[in-house]
Write a protein that binds this ligand. Structure first.
Ligand SMILES: NC(=O)c1ccc[n+]([C@@H]2O[C@H](COP(=O)([O-])OP(=O)(O)OC[C@H]3O[C@@H](n4cnc5c(N)ncnc54)[C@H](OP(=O)(O)O)[C@@H]3O)[C@@H](O)[C@H]2O)c1
Length: 276
């Protein structure tokens, strides 16, 4: 089936992680392209209200609904769906953006280890939100899901192992369900950014990969424009930017074990290099 152009004025768009970094910029970009009902989801209520105010200034006709919730909790997707249903807004665009990364040695401190929260947020809830919203999109024969991959998903990243593995999952999952829905009229797209200037590590930085940071740090507004283009074009898994494409090509020439070793060497263990 040929895809009809995305009509942003249909229904609502829902952006997880819509208060910061790439997700915030995607929210702005969607409103600029004509979305007039927007749901943003994050944990911090003050930031949600602040961003809703900024979006309202950008387009006073756009209605913004905020949901403050921890998306790493089991059942969060069902809660989000129930909440949106009280508004009576059909979600036509779902952006699975919320995420976080930390530098740590897996299982070194099992009690404070963030691995399961990462899997719950960036794998489980991505799948669960898709389960809650995709069937209606397919029934309407339009709309789409935009997932946030990462070039960290292309090869193992020691000291951010579970984050990188989660992103490998997102890239694979997106491509497979995109193909399953090829004739449905629904887009399933995945943008694969490299290192971007955000607060992903909770300390004012995006992903960090030691020497590989030299490939360049992208601006979240540029990544967001690329991401919404990727959704429009229903692209399978577009690596953002020539810098990241080159790096991915170079890494693909080496065995994964070598990539893992080089990245570990260049980053140093947590605490050795001042990286958060
Ligand atoms: N920055 C990079 O270098 C980079 C590179 C490739 C891909 N990405 C991907 O881009 C996406 C956005 O990250 P970002 O870099 O823009 O980071 P960011 O600036 O830290 O934004 C993360 C967003 O996710 C929300 N969030 C985090 N944990 C949450 C939870 N448990 N429940 C609900 N919301 C939660 C945050 O709000 P609250 O804190 O209020 O919850 C915030 O709105 C992620 O999927 C990331 O993997 C980033």
């Amino acid at each position: 089936m040929d895809l009809k152009p995305l009509d942003y004025s249909n229904g609502a768009a829902l952006v997880t992680g819509g208060t910061s970094g790439i997700g915030k910029e995607i929210s702005f970009e969607l409103v600029r392209r004509g979305v007039c009902k927007l749901v943003i989801v994050a944990q911090n209520e003050d930031e949600l209200n602040e961003v809703a105010g900024e979006l309202h200034k950008l387009d006073p006709a756009c209605e913004v609904h905020t949901i403050a919730t921890d998306l790493s909790e089991h059942g969060a997707a069902a809660k989000v769906r129930e909440n949106v249903d009280t508004k009576g807004w059909p979600v036509e665009i779902l952006v699975n953006d919320a995420g976080f990364a930390r530098k740590y040695v897996f299982a070194e401190n099992p009690k404070s280890d963030p691995s399961l929260a990462m899997v719950d947020l960036m794998v489980r809830t991505v799948v669960d939100l898709s389960l809650h919203f995709l069937p209606d999109m397919v029934q309407r024969g339009r709309g789409g899901i935009l997932n946030l991959g990462s070039t960290a998903g292309y090869s193992p990243v020691p000291f951010t192992a579970v984050y990188a593995a989660s992103k490998a999952f997102v890239i694979s999952f997106s491509q497979a369900i995109r193909e399953e829905n090829r004739d449905s009229g629904v887009r399933i797209a995945c943008i694969v950014p490299g290192i971007t200037d955000t607060n992903l590590d909770g300390d004012g930085h995006g992903e960090k990969r030691g020497v590989l940071d030299a490939v360049g740090i992208d601006d979240p507004a540029d990544v967001a424009k690329g991401a919404v283009d990727v959704l429009e074009n229903n692209e399978a898994a577009r690596t953002f930017g020539w810098n990241n494409k080159l790096l991915a090509a170079a890494q693909s020439l080496l065995p994964e074990s070598t990539n893992a070793h080089l990245i570990a060497k260049s980053r140093g263990r947590p605490g050795e290099d001042g990286e958060a």
